[in-house]
Ligand binder design. Structure first.
Ligand code: M6R
Length: 612
């Protein structure tokens, strides 16, 4: 989603901000812009629709030093990548936005949503402000300009922020205040990057990788004023505060498709290594678990997440209920946060999030924490807002996931739930861990035999719709298979528990509908799956069966002839969800590449959804 990068005091501020924005590109955006300030405090803005290259082209066509600005004196720049929420992706709606009302002209970039912007805009228009965009953001510079008339810059941004409802991270430049960046946040993440002779602001420390390793994460309500030589930090009450400096060793290398055509394919292939790393880190060679926290007397669990993470959570429910024997609820975060569900004293709340920044999941976590729950987060971003808010963190150790469609983080989530179920359960973990250790090799074997899935993908590219069905722990995996397919191939797809098919979805079945069934031959329910397949066949639907060798062995020749069969290796029950994941990811990937979609940055999607 939107990204903010700002620098003050850096001799190469424009280029460094553009590079910082490119580090956030993978999150998804539809326009970009920068504002540069010269030594006299003059500010010039450049914006463009589309990828960052379009902004670079605009800068080449209309260089900053052709306007009222001396390029050589630019040491202060704010930049933004925008993912449209209010107003279509146009140059006018791209950030930065500028406004002046009573005070100096203010230039801002903003992540999040100002929910009361309509009301504020009406008020500002009545006072003489003229708006040039359809965005919620544009109210910010006018209000900050007004506040600067009677307040110091830090007080002005604090007072301005108090008028906003919603979530925001803001960086601002003020005309006539050279080499000064103002910043504040609530709900949306923002950190300071500490340099030598310069300071930076970014919505994600990753934007500053290669520039600094020292960061300060702002807390809700914090306001910052940065110059090249100092920064001042106030909390939401206007009191000076200090926040801890965190040293992060960020991976500077963004090149890395490592010979793969897409990041998604690379990340699919990284899964054996991710699984091996998780097992190695969180278990001991003598067969015990080594999770980085102690949880005891768990009587009930709420799992909350969005999208793919919620399906990992739903698989977690099956694993936890079976091994721990306590009731487990799974909720979509956007529903949980407003439903006010009863939360039993001492309950365990588990947030699941690759990014650790998803707005709804973060809000749900804060709600649970405020209601006395012990909060654990399973996240791939151990420095994220969720990691800081939770009592306990289980890092997913999957390495940075660039493709918008989550693959290796999902697998890491499912494995993390498996380890958690063994940790909280009463079974001796050693035999289970011995089984889990076979996973990397089994996944590698699967990756060595991609041909049948690629062939299958070539046959579904014309489908307008697909069904994904599964039973037990494979039901939520069917939902995930459908999500992956629609995210990157744009084929409409629905996931259902197999038993639900007769209750409605069967009406969709005709000769054009591929129906992907997930079934293991080892759970005693394979006969029921076969009945489901026959029901589809009888209506001329296209049956695709993903099963293990034990399942395949239960098919007679006639049945085999009527369907497309993809087999996964026979394996202990605990390994089933992960082994069935790989064919679904690959089917979506090969379908998307056959259709020629933008696999790594599919249309309309953002990697980290930091607004509701
Ligand atoms: O960062 P999170 O795991 O909290 O993100 C949640 C969802 O937005 C995410 O899983 C989304 O569904 C992905 N695009 C899935 O591929």
């Amino acid at each position: 989603m939107c990204g903010i990068v700002a620098l003050t005091g850096h001799p190469d501020a424009v280029e460094k901000v553009l590079t910082g924005l490119s580090r956030l590109e993978y999150r998804g955006y539809d326009s970009a812009g920068i504002a540069a300030q010269d030594a006299a405090g003059h500010i010039t803005v450049r914006k463009a629709v589309g990828k960052l290259q379009a902004l670079r082209d605009t800068l080449a066509d209309t260089p900053l030093d052709h306007s009222n600005i001396e390029h050589s004196t630019i040491r202060t720049t704010i930049g933004h990548t925008r993912w449209a929420t209010h107003g279509t992706p146009t140059t006018a709606n791209a950030h930065p936005h500028q406004g002046r009302l009573g005070g100096p002209q203010v230039t801002v970039v903003h992540n999040g949503i100002i929910e009361n912007y309509k009301h504020l805009r009406e008020q500002l228009e009545a006072q003489g402000a003229t708006f040039h965009s359809a965005t919620d953001t544009e109210v910010i510079p006018f209000i900050l300009s007004q506040q600067l008339v009677t307040h110091t810059p830090l007080e002005a941004i604090r007072h301005a922020a108090h008028t906003f409802h919603g979530n925001y991270a803001i960086a601002a430049l003020v005309e006539g205040m050279p080499d000064t960046v103002l910043a504040t946040r609530k709900g949306a993440p923002l950190c300071l990057g500490l340099g030598e002779g310069w300071y930076a602001v970014a919505s994600d420390p990753l934007a500053l990788a290669g520039l600094t390793t020292r960061f300060i994460f702002l807390e809700d309500g914090d306001c910052a004023l940065l110059t090249p030589t100092a920064f001042t930090l106030h909390n939401g009450e206007g009191q000076p505060v200090t926040r801890p400096v965190q040293v992060l060793d960020l991976d500077d290398d963004l090149s890395g498709k490592q010979g793969f055509r897409h990041f998604m394919l690379k990340e699919i292939h990284e899964q054996p290594a991710v699984v091996a790393k998780l097992i190695e880190t969180y278990t001991t060679p003598d067969g015990t678990l080594a999770l980085p926290f102690n949880l005891s007397n768990v009587t009930g669990i709420n799992i909350v997440a969005c999208g793919t993470a919620s399906y990992a959570g739903a698989i977690g429910k099956y694993l936890l209920e079976e091994h721990v024997g306590v009731p487990v609820n799974v909720d979509i975060a956007s529903e949980f946060r407003y439903r006010n569900p009863p939360l039993a004293e001492g309950g365990l709340f588990i947030a699941v999030s690759q990014s650790g920044e998803t707005a709804d999941t973060l809000a749900a976590l804060e709600h649970a924490k405020a209601h006395g729950q012990t909060c654990l987060v399973l996240t791939n971003a151990p420095n994220s807002s969720m990691a800081r808010a939770a009592h306990h963190v289980l890092p997913l150790l999957a390495g940075r996931e660039i493709a918008v469609a989550s693959t290796k983080a999902f697998t890491a989530m499912v494995l993390a739930f498996t380890l958690l179920a063994l940790e909280l359960g009463t079974d001796a973990p050693a035999p289970h861990l011995a089984e889990l250790r076979k996973l990397p090799q089994l996944l590698n074997n699967q990756l060595a035999a991609l041909k049948p899935i690629k062939n299958l993908a070539d046959t579904v590219t014309d489908a307008h719709s697909m069904l994904f069905l599964g039973r037990g722990v494979l039901a939520p995996l069917a939902y995930e298979g459908a999500l992956k397919m629609k995210e990157i191939s744009y084929i409409h797809a629905e996931g259902y528990a197999s038993g639900e098919m007769k209750h409605g979805p069967i009406a969709l079945v005709d000769a054009t509908l591929p129906v992907v069934n997930l079934a293991t031959g080892a759970d005693g329910l394979f006969e029921k799956t076969l009945s489901n397949l026959r029901e589809v066949e009888a209506r001329h639907g296209r049956v695709i069966l993903i099963t293990d060798t034990a399942g395949a062995a239960q098919l007679d020749d006639a049945t085999k002839r009527g369907l497309t069969l993809i087999t996964v290796p026979d394996a202990p029950k605990l390994l089933t969800p992960i082994l069935f994941t790989l064919p679904l990811q690959l089917l979506a990937y090969f379908t998307a590449t056959a259709k020629g979609t933008d696999v790594d940055q599919p249309r309309n999607l953002a990697k980290s959804v930091t607004v509701e």
